[in-house]
Design a protein around this ligand. Sequence first.
Ligand code: HAM
Length: 455
Amino acid sequence: MGSTSFQAPTGTRDFYPIELARRRYIERAWRAVSVRHGFEEIDGPTFESIDLYKAKSGEGIVSEIFHVHSGKDERSRAGAEQGGAREAPFALRPEFTPTLARMYASRAAQLPRPCKWFWQQSCFRAERPQRGRLREFMQWNCDIIGDGSPAADAEAIGVCVGLLEELGLTPEHVKVRFNHRGALAAVVSRLGVDEQHMPAAFVLLDRRDRLSDDDLEAMAFEFGITSFDFLRLLKRPRNAQGIDAMAAALPAEVARDAEALLEPLRTVESHLAGSGVGPWCSLDLNVARGLAYYTGMVFEVHEISGAMRAVAGGGRYDNLIETFGGPATPAVGFGMGDVVLSLVLQDKGLMPGDREIARALGLRPDVQVISNGSPESDALVPAVVGELRRAGVHARRSYKATKNIGKLLKEAADADARYAVIIESASEVTVKNLDDGTQVKAPRADLRAHLSPAR
Ligand code: HAM
């Protein structure tokens, strides 16, 4: 019979035990930091009505949607008959924010304000896979719903920074760059870009780091943006950061009013300083964000050299819940992916070794049970392992044929077991502490008393 070999689809990952342990290490930190900051976990479906994303997320993300057909409904059948996925009724979730807004909108009357929710699951985007960019990735979201204050903006950024700190990152490694869509829109409109072209202007500003001046200019003309002043702002030196540098980049007639226009940014900046995360954050006019629903403060976390895609991104979206049929409800939050975060941790030498990760996750074996090589002891191994496991002890045994105790002890040490228990007879065991090398002989009946609880 012939055989066919299969590979995981492009842009997806298989997680063997070590890789899954590394992912769990990150997920554990996400959950711990969320809980510490007072967020409660929620979840929603893996696929949603495609219209949920078409409503407000913007062209960028809609063009990356994985279409889902149930094969049972009319719209699905029609789409399949046309040989295309265009009319799929469902989409694999490319992000969580629309689901969260839909969930809040449908129970707004019963839910508290503010509502602080976190979520961590996989997302799917049909992007061209490259370093830091996959088609299936884990994402962590924290959102504060029902609080429109700049203090909530700073709190959202504060959780994100809390996670970075939890994993050993510092402002030397990563930077939070923030901006304000309101301020940006005010400046950009003063430069002659009308309301209709504003989303395109945000896209250009969002891509400024990745494109050359010529490409930016070509794209601007393609979008129908002809304002010379806006082009000048787009093409200003890439290293111009900070509120004052931004003000200096404005044409004279706008610069005169710069302080008033930049007022929302000053407010965000002072709240960030007040909440102790000031050293992590800097204003950056380039941060416009690709998603269409943001209305106020926006931010992204980047590795300091800016070489990779963002580790995290978010902002304020005050109209989304209302768009989905709920009452007017302000909201702010962010999403962080596991892919770029893992790369940054690895590049900075901050991803712990496999043994430390296993220990941190509580996967360290308590005991490796070893026979002293006599037939009587060999036969007792399953019974001793079984007794320990029933008592809640993480007990392992060797599956090797060797009777060499030295080799078996080495196997126990390689497995990072805390103790090796050598069965000497039906009634006696040797308990060897593999951390400090001490060992005692003990009656088998007293074995558990010789095992200290795992720390
Ligand atoms: P986003 O900027 O599209 O925002 O995604 C957030 C993070 O998810 C990115 O910074 C990146 O780390 C990760 N990510 C996105 N796409 C990929 C990909 N193809 N491969 C690997 N990682 C990826 C949102 O999704 C918003 N819904 C976040 C939000 C929550 N805003 C408010 N609340």
